[in-house]
Design a protein around this ligand. Structure first.
Ligand code: GLA
Length: 405
């Protein structure tokens, strides 16, 4: 989604898509679905190594109004992507070089068709407010919203884990990013007020409440991310190369002792990549345990170490993200935690901030970031929300609602 939803703050997302649907298709939508973006508290670049992650679904996401069609045509109006319309047949799904956003729809449906070949087309209106390219999973929220809408339209027995696997397939096989399962799974299965420890090998998960005295404070560095997919895929290849060296199915199976013993045999860059993954898995599990007992000192240290590891060993941070982490860490000390979040190479930093320090952190970011990096930060005070859902239908008087274009 190219532009944040903030333009339409006066209209709820659900209402917005219902009204837009009527305008586009001259009839009411059958249903409205929503899937959230996510923030990862800790455990980055571990999911595709069969490791552990600790994300939460956030109150920014993708909302879709949908109606079934009797033919195989899918017609999508993307309100936030310059109001573009993509129309294609389920019989011939081809990559679109122009409307890149439409490939998330196409990829998801291509994957869905393999499992449910009998589905028909649909009319869809999409809007989203997850900042794009910020490391908050706007694409996973789009895929999961599409899959949820089709599951509801055609009453498919598609549970959240399988929807996540299809969304991941869309990215891997159609869009061309070899991402792991984290983003799609939390978007499908997140729990309000909770973070989820996900074991990316078994796909089992457990939730822990985020203490109420903490705010999920997200800052977008607004560094435009470049070469993300190629650098991301390269990191994955490097991890797989080390796993192969140990004849392991994934780095999850390799211990730090084994890695250290083999240090002389392994290229230094590959050694550092693997060290990040192995230590990050341990930090994710420890943070989850600490979250359950509100042990902030442990969370704080783990988040600090995670950032350093992503900066020095995995090399996916930028100087702007490092700067943000440093200035926030100086305020929080051991009473909160801060680190980069997501794939990296730009994008967001996440902080767990005690409610009584929110104003201070806000002020530090607003005064110091721009003067140091000549970029304006965007701040999102988030809450952990539930995963994908279908809205209860509301009747609207669409002629009374004015939408700012
Ligand atoms: C991206 C990918 C995820 C995960 C993170 C890094 O968000 O989509 O699968 O690998 O990067 O943790």
């Amino acid at each position: 989604m190219t532009s944040p939803f903030t333009k339409h703050q006066d209209v709820e997302q659900q209402t917005l898509v219902q009204v837009l649907f009527e305008q586009q298709f001259k009839r009411s939508a059958e249903l409205v679905c929503h899937a959230p973006g996510r923030v990862n508290l800790i455990g980055d670049h571990t999911d595709y190594n069969d490791g552990f992650v600790l994300p939460a679904a956030i109150n920014y996401g993708t909302t879709i109004a949908a109606s079934a069609r009797e033919d195989n045509i899918v017609k999508v109006y993307a309100h936030d992507c310059d109001q573009q319309v993509s129309e294609f047949s389920l019989d011939e799904i081809v990559f679109d070089e122009q409307m890149m956003w439409s490939n998330y729809v196409k990829g998801s449906l291509q994957a869905l068709l393999k499992k449910y070949p009998a589905i028909k087309g649909a009319n869809l209106v999409v809007t989203g407010n997850v900042p794009q390219g910020a490391g908050l999973s706007s694409s996973a929220s789009f895929e999961i919203a599409i899959l949820k809408a089709f599951a509801e339209l055609y009453q498919l027995t598609l549970d959240g884990v399988n929807a996540a696997l299809l969304g991941q397939q869309a990215e891997n096989d159609f869009v061309g990013c070899n991402c792991g399962i984290m983003d799609q799974l939390i978007s499908a299965m997140g729990q309000q007020g909770h973070a989820m420890l996900l074991d990316c090998k078994s796909l089992s998960f457990e939730d822990a409440p985020i203490p109420e005295d903490l705010t999920l404070f997200i800052i977008n560095s607004n560094v435009k991310r470049g070469l993300v997919d190629s650098e991301y895929n390269l990191r994955r290849e490097q991890c797989e190369a080390v796993a192969k060296y140990f004849s392991a199915s994934a780095l999850r199976e390799v211990t730090l002792t084994q890695l250290n013993l083999a240090q002389k045999e392994i290229e230094p860059v590959l050694f550092r990549r693997a060290r990040h993954v192995i230590t990050e898995n341990e930090r994710a599990v420890n943070t989850f345990k600490a979250l359950k007992i509100n042990d902030m000192a442990t969370i704080s240290a783990a988040m600090r170490d995670s950032h350093i590891s992503l900066r020095d060993d995995f090399e996916v941070t930028t100087k702007e993200m490092d700067g943000l982490v440093e200035m926030i860490d100086a305020v929080l000390g051991d009473s909160g935690g801060v680190r980069m979040t997501g794939g990296g190479f730009g994008g967001c930093v996440v902080a767990l901030v005690p409610n009584d320090l929110v104003t201070q952190v806000n002020e530090v970011v607003n005064t110091q970031y721009e003067s140091q990096f000549a970029l304006k930060p965007s701040i999102y005070l988030c809450t952990a929300t539930q995963g994908a859902f279908r809205y209860n239908w509301v009747n609207i008087e669409s002629d009374k609602i004015k939408i700012n274009q």
